[in-house]
Design a protein around this ligand. Structure first.
Ligand SMILES: Nc1ncnc2c1ncn2[C@@H]1O[C@H](COP(=O)(O)OP(=O)(O)O)[C@@H](O)[C@H]1O
Ligand SMILES: [Mg+2]
Length: 223
């Protein structure tokens, strides 16, 4: 479960990015976070994986207040949370396989287990023929699926995705959506920040609308 209580966040003084956010996301939920550019979507996701801390308020992940987390505890938080960044953040000089395996290496998995699990998820993403390629040789949709494979390979409890379908065509968007649905079906709580109205309309789930750092609307099914 994710909970935010009265969260304020300003990168600079007099310019708040989040302005009193209170939000509950139960375990197993699938939520779209939407709103115009600058509304605070990325900031909210960054708070949840501990990249930034709020000026005020509480952010709880599984009951733990992560705003008070000592730096050394951040890796434990990250184990629970898979993140897909807007710009993928893949390692350009490593293979697709390595980019996915790294999540499990950090967690201390054995080499054979890493191999088995990384192949499994890459196959699931339809990337088994690309495992030895480097990211720059892949299409945008393929890069996004590598990023998703890396985020999901350890079956995290929570998946956060920031504008995951940014530059993708409809076919690739649908593929990415299906991966989210599948992860959610298997119990992962999914939070997707997107300003893509059509994408959200194509997938009836809870929609939280941000506007100037506040929640304007919170609806189970989009209009
Ligand atoms: N690193 C940063 N430094 C200063 N201001 C920032 C930074 N990141 C975001 N902002 C500001 O915070 C507000 C919310 O941004 P953001 O969370 O990125 O919105 P969204 O993802 O909805 O487009 C915007 O006014 C933006 O300019
Ligand atoms: Mg953003």
């Amino acid at each position: 479960m994710i909970q935010l209580h009265n969260v304020y966040m300003a990168y600079q003084r007099d310019a708040s990015a989040l302005n009193g956010i209170t939000l509950k996301v139960p375990k197993g939920d699938f939520v779209f976070l939407t709103g115009a550019s600058g509304a605070g979507k990325s900031t909210l996701l960054k708070l949840l994986y501990g990249a930034i801390t709020p000026n005020r308020g509480q952010v709880l992940v599984d009951g733990q207040n992560i705003t008070k987390l000592p730096l050394a505890q951040i890796p434990y938080l990250r184990r629970k949370i898979g993140v897909v960044f807007q710009d993928f953040k893949l390692l350009p000089n490593r293979t697709v396989f390595d980019n996915v395996a790294i999540t499990l290496e950090v967690l201390g998995w054995s080499k054979p287990d890493i191999s088995r699990r990384a192949y499994f998820i890459l196959k699931q993403m339809g990337l088994e023929h690309k495992i030895n390629s480097t990211p720059l040789r892949l299409s945008g949709g393929e890069q996004q699926r590598v990023a998703l494979a890396r985020a999901l390979v350890n079956e995290p409890r929570i998946l956060l995705a920031d504008e995951p379908t940014g530059n993708l065509d409809d076919e690739n968007k649908e593929q990415i959506l299906n991966i989210f649905k599948e992860a959610n079906f298997r119990g992962t709580t999914v939070l997707v920040a997107s300003h893509d109205r059509r994408l959200i309309e194509s997938c009836p789930r809870r929609v939280v609308v941000l506007e100037s750092g506040q929640i304007r609307e919170d609806a189970s099914v989009p209009k």
